[in-house]
Design a protein around this ligand. Structure first.
Ligand code: ASP
Ligand code: MG
Length: 440
């Protein structure tokens, strides 16, 4: 059995749903298809949530009406037969009625999660009607019946496994299952989600849970690229990555894959393929335990980074100093990306956080604290790069004009990370594209 996940742009237009239907019916292997919301929908739902949260009900109502009008025109194109059109209309009625009711009740965190879940519920139900019209036999598996997270928002893989296999056992003769990405239940049994872009994570968790032959992630680009195509002129798709390399790239900014989506596939040894709905024959990127080749494969950038510098002469020859510092970050559940130390100072980077003030306050007893915002981590990712000849010399000679603030090298064989002021990000990525890949 395999998993095929389609992102918002792959199902965002009625004609795209046709492409998806063709792709999922091409071969006989049984599959679970994971769908995102139609592109733009989750953003609109976020706007609705924000408007309701700030008491702007009129504004929220406008957003809901606009979204509804969009779906009304969507279903007109999606299905031809009257009976299917009626079915699609009753689905829209159900979900938009729910949104209108929400306008009248008092706001809560749980309610906002219910609102955010509407996108995936709509896309999967509409897609199933489309399949029905085209005579494609399938079963809709409600993600809310098997996908769950614990009190720390971590997926409960054991329970997902059991529930999903029980559900699948009900349909021994079926070969095509459709389910929602992104949405799940939390430990209180409420509707929740796996965070923005979380459909990839769903796909990987489902792949792990059923020990799938492959987890295919279909988007609108032909795999992971060696650099950000929005910033440099020429980029190339990467043929093969190890799970470690893919995780570093996803975490450090390659937008194509949700960063958490690697570990389930890696742990359960399910290969992941990144493929392009618009160009299904393109090779895409294969992610397995094997890296395929040695050397630098890609660079990626992550914005919104703060550098915190803690300077103290008391650190000199003191043990336990770092532990005390790390405990502060742990307390505020803030993860550290990069760290460099000298005998009297330590610099760490974190993503911008609402807890910054508290963190700084608690660090103050340890020394003088300096915070620099607006930084970007540029990561150079590849296989055995720390040992690959010339990487360092090429790297630093290409960047001689860039005020590199921190360097992290040697922590992993797959990554060298640099911290640069965000205003130098574009230039850094361009210089590296030339210096490391010989591309413009
Ligand atoms: N629809 C959700 C989002 O836009 C999940 C996803 O697309 O993966 O974040
Ligand atoms: Mg998406």
């Amino acid at each position: 059995m395999k998993i095929m996940k389609f992102g918002g742009t792959s199902v965002g237009k009625p004609e795209r749903m046709l492409q998806v239907a063709e792709l999922i019916t091409k071969e006989a292997e049984p599959k679970i298809v994971v769908l995102s919301a139609l592109s733009g929908t989750t953003n609109s739902l976020v706007e609705i949530v924000n408007a309701i949260a700030t008491g702007e009900r009129e504004q929220a109502k406008k957003h809901i009406e606009k979204l509804e009008a969009y779906y009304q025109s969507f279903i007109k194109e999606l299905v031809k037969e009257e009976k299917n059109y009626k079915k699609a209309q009753s689905i829209l009625a159900e979900h938009f009625e729910f949104l209108h009711i929400i306008l009248k009740i008092s706001f809560s965190e749980a309610l906002s999660k219910d609102i955010l879940a509407q996108g995936e519920l709509l896309s999967t139900k509409l897609f199933c009607i489309y399949l029905e019209e085209h005579g494609v036999d399938h079963v809709l598996l409600p993600a809310l019946e098997f996908m769950s997270i614990d009190a720390h928002d971590e997926p409960q893989i054991g329970s997902i496994k059991v529930k999903l296999s029980q559900l699948l056992q009900k349909y021994p003769d079926k070969k095509l299952f459709i389910t929602q990405g992104y949405i799940c239940r939390n430990y209180k049994g409420e509707v929740d989600n796996l965070k923005r872009g979380g459909s990839d994570y769903t796909a990987s968790l489902v792949a792990a849970a059923i020990n799938a032959s492959v987890c295919e992630i279909w988007t609108d680009i032909d795999g992971m690229h060696n650099n950000d195509p929005r910033i440099v002129k020429k980029t190339l798709a990467i043929e093969q990555l190890s799970f470690e390399e893919a995780a570093e790239l996803a975490y450090f900014g390659a937008k194509i894959l949700h960063p958490a989506s690697i570990w389930p596939a890696q742990f359960y040894k399910v290969p992941v393929k990144l493929l392009n709905t618009m160009d299904p024959e393109a090779r895409g990127t294969l992610i397995t335990e094997e890296a395929g080749s040695v050397g630098v494969k890609a660079v990626a950038a992550k914005d919104g980074i703060l550098a915190i510098n803690i300077k103290s002469s008391r650190m000199l020859l003191a043990y336990g100093f770092l532990r005390k510092i790390f405990e502060v970050f742990e307390k505020y559940r803030t993860s550290i990306d990069m760290i460099t130390t000298s005998e009297v100072a330590v610099s760490v980077t974190i993503e911008n956080t609402p807890h910054l003030k508290d963190i700084v306050k608690e660090l103050e007893p340890f020394g003088s604290i300096e915070v620099e915002d607006n930084h970007t981590i540029v990561s150079i990712v590849g296989n055995e790069i720390a040992e690959t000849k010339d990487v360092l010399s090429k790297l630093f000679s290409s960047l001689s004009d860039i005020p590199v603030r921190m360097v992290s090298y040697g922590g992993s064989k797959h990554n060298i990370s640099l911290l640069v002021p965000s205003s130098f990000k574009t230039r850094t990525l361009q210089l590296l594209n030339h210096g490391l890949f010989g591309l413009e």
